[in-house]
Design a protein around this ligand. Structure first.
Ligand code: HXC
Length: 258
């Protein structure tokens, strides 16, 4: 897979995408985000992949959208090209679980990219922030919507209005990240976590992801109804028969992802 700004590789049943634009702190230019989308397409199509990890370097997950590329945009450039929507939304539509393994800076679009993933594992040196206000603009890839849902209005307002960065410990306390991991163990631990998910029944994993995401799209009763219908549908899975038979037989299940 010949990419310029990312590295895409497989580790067992895990697809690993490393943002790789080190001189620019992984600033998210269009070409990088297009490559990320293409890699997600490939991993989504592959029967051999059950979960995906997106990571950066120990210094930066991503320091935001590429300011150099954006600075001279006109309104028409942004509007006609459907900036952000066109390339960035691919992560949102991925049906397999995507984990963001974040070390160093996750700022602006970098923080937004991490929040588009299903959950964030943070290195102890991670720094999250939405500093767009310093540039005379605002978060444009979901920051004003996903951040308050993750950490509440007060902290989201304060971060977006002051550009204050939030370290890993505060981010964990506030609910932005699932877990903190020592920086030098982050990738290893993210891959172990992804491999664990990928070993479970893929359709069951997808059903869980889809159902949890409904919690953010609907009222409680609609969400419960959605979950119940999907739960009923899960009785069609061979993996459900295998999982429950294995429990009764006191053996490990062998999932076929169907
Ligand atoms: C383009 C960037 C960049 C960015 C860093 N660089 N962030 N280039 N876009 N977002 C470049 C720097 O210009 C510099 O290039 C090189 O990366 C190293 O950065 P330094 O600033 O020298 O490093 P350091 O002093 O360690 O500071 C790191 C940093 C700082 C705190 C991350 O770079 C920073 O504040 N970056 C901008 C963060 C930001 O405002 N993000 C939001 C962007 S707007 P040279 O050539 O000098 O070596 C955004 C909008 C979202 O994301 C809306 C839709 C997605």
């Amino acid at each position: 897979m010949g990419y310029e700004f990312i590295i895409a590789e497989t580790r067992g049943r895990v697809g690993l995408i490393t943002l790789n634009r080190p001189k620019q702190m992984n600033a998210l230019c269009d070409a990088l985000v297009r490559e990320l989308s293409a890699a997600l397409d490939d991993f989504e199509k592959s029967e051999a992949i059950g979960a995906i990890v997106i990571t950066g370097s120990q210094k930066a997950f991503a320091a935001g959208a590429d300011i150099t590329a954006m600075r001279d945009f006109s309104y028409m450039d942004a509007y006609k090209n459907d900036y952000i929507t066109r390339d960035w939304e691919r992560i949102k539509t991925c049906r397999k679980p995507v984990i963001a393994a974040v070390a160093g800076y996750a700022l602006g679009g970098g923080c937004e990219l991490a929040m588009m993933c299903d959950f964030i594992l943070a290195a102890d040196n991670a720094q999250f922030g939405q500093p767009e206000i310093k540039l005379g603009t605002l978060p444009g890839a979901g920051g004003t919507q996903r951040l308050p849902r993750a950490i509440g209005k007060a902290k989201a307002m304060e971060m977006c209005l002051t550009a204050r960065m939030m370290g890993a410990e505060e981010a964990e306390r506030a609910g932005l990240v699932a877990r903190i991991i020592p920086t030098d163990k982050l990738l290893e631990e993210a891959l172990i976590t992804a491999e664990k998910i990928a070993a479970f029944s893929l359709p069951a994993v997808m059903m869980i992801k889809e159902s949890i995401n409904r919690a953010f799209e609907s009222g409680l009763n609609e969400g419960l109804l959605f979950e119940r219908r999907v739960f009923h549908a899960s009785f069609v899975l061979e993996d459900q028969k295998e999982g429950m038979a294995a429990f009764a037989d006191k053996r490990k299940p062998v999932f076929k992802h169907q």
